[in-house]
Write a protein that binds this ligand. Sequence first.
Ligand SMILES: Nc1ncnc2c1ncn2[C@@H]1O[C@H](COP(=O)(O)OP(=O)(O)OP(=O)(O)O)[C@@H](O)[C@H]1O
Length: 309
Amino acid sequence: MEEVISARDLTKVYPDGTEALNGISFAVERRGIVTLLGRNGAGKTTFVRIAATLSAPTSGSLEVLGMDVLRDARSVRQRIALMPQESYPPTFPRPGELVEAYLVARGWGLGDARRKAREILEDVGLWEYRDKTVSELSGGMKRKVILAMVLASGADLMFLDEPTVGLDPQSRRSIWRILEEARREGRAMLLTTHYMEEAEALSDDVIILDRGRLVAHGGVQEIVARVGATHKLEVSDFPGAAEVISGYGRIYRYGSRIVLYSDRKSAEEAAARLVRGHSGVLRVKEVGLEDAFVLLTGGAEPLDEGAGS
Ligand SMILES: Nc1ncnc2c1ncn2[C@@H]1O[C@H](COP(=O)(O)OP(=O)(O)OP(=O)(O)O)[C@@H](O)[C@H]1O
């Protein structure tokens, strides 16, 4: 089977000189969910737009489903669907009409399009709102209409740029279930998100970008392993806290908190030392994708010598 996405030294410099992508190379071979993570401005949307043939790279190359995004742009478009960032559907049609029209434009027969539209609106929880026009839907529901269009398309590769922004927790989880089902059907998705829990739950591959550069690519567990610790202790940064727990692991400042990364036993010992003479219990947690993300993108400041290494 062809590679899903393959980038070689991909660079994008906007006309004002901004280097949004700076020599990105990676290959994703298996179908499933690839998640692009990065802070605001890291280059995620720029990457998605190039992959969806909406923007040209400045140099380097990008293949999706084995086709070059520049040379084979027309063929690429037939096999992908895109949910752009912050996109909203036109206001006057009803959700079902929009999904139908989108499918017909992609070459579906009207009867099939109508059946599929109903099925997908039920899946995303919009069927009960079928008689409203888009202008009468809430912001989250409007986003679900776009998602319904993309999911209904049956495209081999779907680009979903922050698909669950603005959705309530139940809706977000119902979307996760739908994406997981699409994955089981053998479809491929490239997702961007700022929700680490979402990335952790869904991703087969995670790619972390930082200021236009690729800083990590691998499975969730592989990336979490780069923290180099299994457990953490997080406390508010009161004077002297770092000194009390010094020697129990690597210590960082992250926003208004300090975090100790270590093994469970050392982290628990450090917690016990911190609360000695005080009431309360400090909970030691397992490290997760957010910890790897923050450390790999320089979001946490090392507070001791061991931490920077
Ligand atoms: N049309 C443009 N012209 C000039 N600079 C741009 C343009 N679009 C994006 N940029 C810049 O390129 C960089 C990457 O932007 P991009 O939108 O790809 O980031 P992102 O990772 O998707 O961010 P976010 O998480 O905030 O959506 C930023 O510095 C941004 O200001």
